[in-house]
Design a protein around this ligand. Structure first.
Ligand code: PLP
Length: 377
């Protein structure tokens, strides 16, 4: 029987050569040759004042939590329809998550609902760009700026996607990327913090390097390094950076490949959409996605679950996410309950994500589409 996984890591072919080079260079801890190559790649290509590779997007978000100076009882605003780290990185500092419902079209935070949950304790708005499609950053910036609240972009899924021509992750005060195996471009585990506000750069470097001014020392700006602030070990080894750099050299190709796959789904499934059997992804005109994800929205949870099970029987792994954070055991501890965010709860029950990875073949994709159509009609 055919077996089509949900995700499969793709390679540029240069990964092992670059790892070999890192070994030959004899510097395997962080912040070496390949780390700097990755930093420069992003800083130039996406016009970012400062990038710091991290061991994951989760740890980049944790750095953001430290940089916005969260204190116990402070609040952060974010959607409930997201990955756990969007909340956990800030809850770890004692912050209280103030969830907001999502828009029914892009499943991003409903920007019109942010103002009503802002309080004196609000210390950050976390803008998650779901599926590599931008949240409404103009409106989010307008409401946050009025109250001087920093914006952290969780751009984990959004590397190489844009909003009104600007790259996601570069629009807020801070941004976070993920290079987890399931993302478009990856290093197994990995991430980056984007520092878009220059004033935050010195402290970001210190937090990154275990609370020391070691970055300054390496640049020759101080004659010894020492403990100057809080921090942790957020930097990945050169082996990870070498692997990642090999992926980055293919960033354009990766998007091209995924775009083809994405468009084939849309073209082949449009008849089902026209008949009202499923809803396809909606991408606003001013948002250019990176084709991170393809999903279908079914009429009912029952139908979604039936299709998911039938696909699995045919060897095709389609999955859904997220369990809304406000309905999780942790969410309930913060006092949330069913019914609080109706659109989030509804989407979570009706969504199904289809296999989409860089090397998904046209043959496999045709099989997925044919099987879907036979299950649905
Ligand atoms: C993948 C993901 C993360 C976590 O990324 P890691 O690199 O695995 O820590 C955070 N937020 C969102 C929205 C994600 O999709």
């Amino acid at each position: 029987m055919m077996k089509i996984p949900f995700n499969k890591p793709g390679f540029s072919g240069k990964e092992l050569a670059y790892i070999k080079e890192a070994v030959a260079r004899g510097h395997l801890s962080g912040n070496g040759y390949f780390t700097k190559k990755c930093h420069q790649f992003f800083e130039k290509r996406f016009r970012i004042p400062k990038v710091l590779l991290t061991t994951s997007c989760t740890s980049a978000l944790e750095m953001a939590g430290l940089l916005v100076n969260l204190k116990p009882g402070d609040e952060v605003i974010l959607p409930s329809y997201t990955f756990v780290s969007s909340a956990n990185a800030f809850v770890l500092r004692g912050a209280v998550p103030r969830f907001v419902d999502i828009r029914p079209d892009t499943f991003n935070i409903d920007e019109t609902k942010i103002a009503s949950v802002i309080t004196k304790r609000t210390k950050a708005v976390i803008a998650v760009h779901y599926a590599g499609v931008a949240a409404e950053m103009d409106a989010i910036q307008a409401v946050a700026r009025k109250k001087n609240i920093p914006i952290v972009e969780d751009a984990a899924q959004a590397v190489d996607a844009t909003y009104r021509g600007r790259f996601l992750g570069t629009l807020g005060d801070l941004g976070a990327y993920s290079f987890h195996e399931t993302k478009n471009c990856m290093s197994g585990e990995g991430g980056a913090l984007l520092i878009n506000r220059k004033a935050l750069i010195p402290r970001a470097e210190i937090i990154w390097e275990k609370g020391t001014n070691r970055c300054q020392f390496f640049r020759g700006e101080v004659d010894k390094y020492t403990w100057v602030d809080v921090g942790s070990s957020f930097l990945p080894s050169e082996l990870v950076a070498a692997f990642l750099y090999a992926q980055l050299t293919h960033l354009g190709k990766i998007k091209e490949k995924r775009k083809k796959i994405y468009n084939f789904y849309t073209e082949s499934l449009s008849t089902l959409a026209q008949r009202g059997e499923v809803r396809l992804p909606i991408v606003p005109k001013h948002c250019h996605p990176n084709y991170h994800m393809y999903y279908l929205l079914f009429s009912h949870k029952r139908e979604r679950n039936r299709v998911m099970a039938a696909l699995k029987k045919k060897g095709i792994l389609a999955i859904f996410h997220y369990i809304p954070l406000h309905l999780s055991p942790m969410g309930k501890r913060f006092g949330y309950q069913a019914g609080d965010f109706p659109i989030t709860e509804d989407v979570s029950e009706r969504i199904l994500r289809l296999p989409l990875y860089n090397d998904l073949t046209l043959n496999d994709q045709k099989f997925i589409v044919k099987t879907l159509k036979s299950i649905i009609s």
